[in-house]
Unconditional design. Structure first.
Length: 213
């Protein structure tokens, strides 16, 4: 059967506003990204509909493909998603893990051999420098360059009343306790993982911290 481009976390599922480890707006923006896509047969794509990933994967294993767990790694998908319902909430974690797996393949098959290929075919360029991605500033860098000040307050959209105060490039103060900024974000949202730069807002600007990077 003809293969079709399929959302692993279905667009209809994301639109149903499930509890996720990132806010609805960000999930809506990321649902169409290449990391959330793979190729599957047309009929299977239709049957997925608005189902949560663990739900439709377990159905596929039971009804269509008993070897699905062996197949998923070739799609760079964790086979635990068949049996572990908590993956239905871990959209960000899924994207981060799969993106790393995709870039590992790019590194192995494109970037790593590039210098040798250039040498063999006579291309005189500095491959190692040109292929190195530019790293975005971290919080400590943003403090150092004056874009963020120690003592400023942060909040997350889910809990706009739970302010944390920046202490340094790694820590905040919340309810009288010093803690890593990621720990604060996880604590106030209840999520097991959080993107601080996309989900945390600076009180002074009312915008995500990542907008200042």
């Amino acid at each position: 059967m003809r293969l079709e481009d399929h959302h692993i976390y279905a667009r209809g599922y994301i639109s149903s506003d499930p509890e996720l480890d990132l806010d609805k707006g960000e999930a809506t923006q990321l649902v169409d990204c290449v990391v959330n896509r793979t190729l599957i047969p047309k009929l299977t794509n239709i049957n997925v509909g608005k189902k949560a990933p663990q739900v439709y994967l377990s159905e596929l294993q039971q009804e269509t493909n008993p070897q699905l767990a062996e197949c998923l790694p070739s799609h760079l998908i964790n086979p635990e998603m068949i049996t572990e319902p908590t993956w239905n909430n871990y959209f960000r974690l899924f994207l981060e893990e799969r993106a790393k797996a995709i870039f590992a393949l790019i590194e192995r098959h494109a970037i790593a051999p590039a210098e040798n290929m250039a040498a063999r075919h006579g291309t005189q360029v500095d491959i190692s420098e040109s292929s190195r991605p530019e790293l975005k500033p971290r919080l400590k860098d943003m403090i150092a360059n004056g874009k963020v000040q120690i003592g400023e307050r942060l909040f997350v959209r889910k809990r706009p009343d739970a302010y944390a105060t920046i202490i340094d490039g790694d820590s905040v103060e919340f309810e009288g306790k010093r803690m890593p900024i990621n720990t604060w974000g996880q604590q106030v949202t209840g999520w097991t993982s959080i993107s601080i730069y996309e989900s945390t807002f600076l009180e002074r600007t009312g915008e995500p911290l990542g907008n200042l990077r």
